[in-house]
Design a protein around this ligand. Sequence first.
Ligand SMILES: [Zn+2]
Length: 146
Amino acid sequence: MKENHNHHQSNGAWQRHRKKVYVAPAHDGKGKGVFAARPIHAGEKVLVFRGPLMERSQITTQEDLEHSLLIEPGLYMGPSGGEDDYINHSCDPTTALVGRQTLIASRNIAEDEEITVDYDTLWLEPGWSMKCACGSSNCRGLVGAS
Ligand SMILES: [Zn+2]
């Protein structure tokens, strides 16, 4: 029993040391973003979206909606309370969603660079759109309007 406990502790420390991402205030000063805690190579798994599966009617606040991922029409992965709640959009993103819930680095990501995904590659609520000022040279200016 004691041995197990010690084993878990050292395991936890190792995971903290190896943490790939952290949450910090976003560059635009609005809300939060997710940033690389260490260099991440193209093709590496960055994070997995987690959270309770919910229908739209179960999500009652704007904040919860912003922290949810639509994984197929009508079905959301609600807020997890973790880093995955704070992934911002970029028209020139550093990651791509593979499958329903895994973000993979689409190029090499430097330490402290923001983890972003192109929201237009995700399922979006009908009628949802957002002005974009991500600053990339290929910025479309508007996301989700199609
Ligand atoms: Zn943009």
